[in-house]
Design a protein around this ligand. Structure first.
Ligand SMILES: *[C@@H]1O[C@H](CO)[C@@H](O)[C@H](O)[C@H]1NC(C)=O
Ligand SMILES: *[C@@H]1O[C@H](CO)[C@@H](O)[C@H](O)[C@H]1NC(C)=O
Ligand SMILES: *[C@@H]1O[C@H](CO)[C@@H](O)[C@H](O)[C@H]1NC(C)=O
Ligand SMILES: *[C@@H]1O[C@H](CO)[C@@H](O)[C@H](O)[C@H]1NC(C)=O
Ligand SMILES: *[C@@H]1O[C@H](CO)[C@@H](O)[C@H](O)[C@H]1NC(C)=O
Length: 465
């Protein structure tokens, strides 16, 4: 073994052992933070503000929100929280693009602490479902790159885009009304997608400034933090402060990305056309980008920069330890050996890349370390399925211990008629029957051992973000 290899193996082993000894927490954490950063928790010591655990994250489309969802799923699992998940008939989304209602939530995932799967936002219904101290968060992306991404991702999926000759973004923007039908299925991917996801009217004319202004104000009232995809790490730092989380809690690997060859750069003039076509989204973006930077400057640029640096460093370390001492190669889905790690592909023209783990990862890795590494890179559809299974198991186990009065009001009428919308998947069994009847413990069924072999990837998922 070369010295370099020995060193890398050493780094891998020590990172993993750190990880295990600290229950998933790294020791690189906090010392450096004290300087310059106001009101930071150093250690989970007494007297400090507890972590805020009730979070509703509105997962918008093509905005790095899959990465955020993965982060929230892991946080929830790590802290024994309940994540509201969709009923099977809704697929892995809350029956998007229908407006959210609590009937879309699987009864085994009530009462929830966290909600993050795709939905069309509906404030009243969410407030009915979620605890009253829930913090609302969402994420926006710059309209030009966002629209290019939507156009390429949903090219074969959304009729408004499919009609365009040669799949030309330029042609679409030249005469959008020639291709776009406001009431058609999937039209929300072709205009003001963010506004639509947030529950707004995507087809309000750009001249209706009163509406646009009121909509921005409403979003501002409901959401405590509007993250910006272009400043993802900075947004995470704000999130961490808002929720009193540790830096460990915001570690992530980027998920659901395209290969560079699937991306196009915008020719001059296009960004302006995209903004004009998506004027509501453009207004939202400008407003919340400005407010993000105001919040960052209130926290202190030095403090933000330091945390971002530490986050990236820790991320790289984790990456190396998970991927056998070196950075993982991004792979196209077909190259990923483990089917459970293959991201959903929107069409033959776009390549969504994912990660593969070294085949021999299991050697010398405990099942917890393996699980963390796998979860970090697990695509949305598979992770949703894993989480539903473990929560169902926990629900069934605790069911016998719970008196009926204690259950969540929405849990009472367990619905037999499920909403059906564009579900292309046959309803699958919610998970293995708990059967064994070990009711003496409320231990969550994390399903760490061998769960990867249990998940079955389906080749036809409805959609991904
Ligand atoms: C939240 O609900 C609890 C009990 O349901 C209540 O005591 C509390 O005052 C509520 N808090 C707010 C901020 O509404
Ligand atoms: C489509 O592409 C072909 C070949 O590149 C070109 O000849 C044709 O003019 C294009 N059509 C339109 C409508 O742009
Ligand atoms: C976001 O706002 C900052 C601060 O005003 C500005 O420098 C930056 O260019 C904006 N980003 C985008 C993508 O518009
Ligand atoms: C694990 O896999 C790597 C690369 O495939 C290989 O170099 C290494 O020898 C393997 N280690 C063991 C213990 O099998
Ligand atoms: C989660 O639950 C398990 C089993 O009940 C327990 O051992 C663990 O300490 C809990 N973790 C947290 C963060 O509450």
């Amino acid at each position: 073994m070369s010295q370099k290899k020995i060193f890398l193996v050493f780094v891998a082993i020590s990172t993993v052992s750190l990880l295990l000894h600290h229950g998933g927490h790294f020791s690189w954490t906090m010392e450096a933070f004290h300087l310059g950063c106001p009101a930071l928790r150093s250690h989970p010591a007494a007297g400090l503000k507890p972590k805020h655990t009730n979070v509703a994250f509105l997962k918008t489309h093509k905005t790095a929100s899959t990465t955020m969802q993965n982060l929230l799923f892991r946080f929830a699992e790590h802290n024994n929280l309940t994540v509201a998940l969709p009923v099977q008939a809704c697929s892995h989304q809350f029956c998007y693009p229908r407006s959210f209602t609590s009937h879309f939530v699987h009864p085994h995932t009530l009462p929830p602490n966290v909600i993050t799967s795709h939905m069309r936002f509906n404030k009243a219904e969410l407030q009915r479902l979620m605890p009253n101290d829930t913090i609302y968060v969402t994420i926006l992306r710059e309209p030009g790159s966002m629209f290019e991404s939507l156009f390429s991702y949903y090219n074969q999926y959304c009729q408004s885009f499919k009609r365009v000759p040669n799949g030309s973004l330029e042609a679409f923007l030249e005469e959008p009304w020639r291709y776009y039908r406001p009431d058609e299925k999937d039209s929300m991917y072709a205009r003001n997608t963010l506004t639509f996801d947030l529950g707004g009217d995507k087809d309000r004319p750009a001249t209706d400034v009163v509406y646009a202004r009121a909509f921005v104000a409403e979003v501002e009232r409901v959401f405590s933090l509007v993250m910006i995809a272009e400043y993802f790490d900075e947004s995470l730092v704000l999130l961490r402060h808002l929720l009193s989380w540790d830096l460990d809690d915001i570690l992530y690997f980027k998920l659901n990305m395209r290969t560079p060859s699937s991306k196009r750069s915008l020719t001059p003039g296009l960004p302006a056309k995209i903004r004009a076509w998506n004027s509501l989204d453009a207004r939202l973006y400008d407003h919340f980008n400005a407010s993000l930077w105001r919040q960052l400057s209130a926290l202190g640029p030095a403090c933000v920069a330091r945390e971002v640096r530490l986050l990236r460093r820790a991320q790289e370390r984790l990456m190396r330890s998970c991927f056998g001492g070196r950075m993982p190669l991004l792979r196209s889905a077909a190259q990923i050996k483990n089917k459970d790690l293959r991201p959903w592909q929107p069409s033959g023209k776009v390549d969504i890349v994912g990660y593969d783990l070294p085949v021999n990862l299991s050697r010398g890795f405990s099942s917890q370390a393996q699980e963390l590494c796998l979860k970090l890179i697990m695509p949305e559809v598979q992770y949703t399925r894993v989480l539903l299974r473990s929560q169902s198991l926990r629900y069934r186990r605790s069911y016998q211990l719970r008196s009926p009065q204690q259950s969540h009001p929405l849990q009472q009428p367990i619905r037999t008629v499920l909403p059906r919308h564009r579900s292309q998947q046959p309803p699958a069994a919610p998970g293995p029957a708990s059967g064994t009847g070990s009711t003496s413990t409320s231990k969550p069924a994390a399903g760490t051992q061998g769960w990867t072999t249990k998940i079955r990837s389906k080749s036809s998922q409805t959609q991904a973000s």
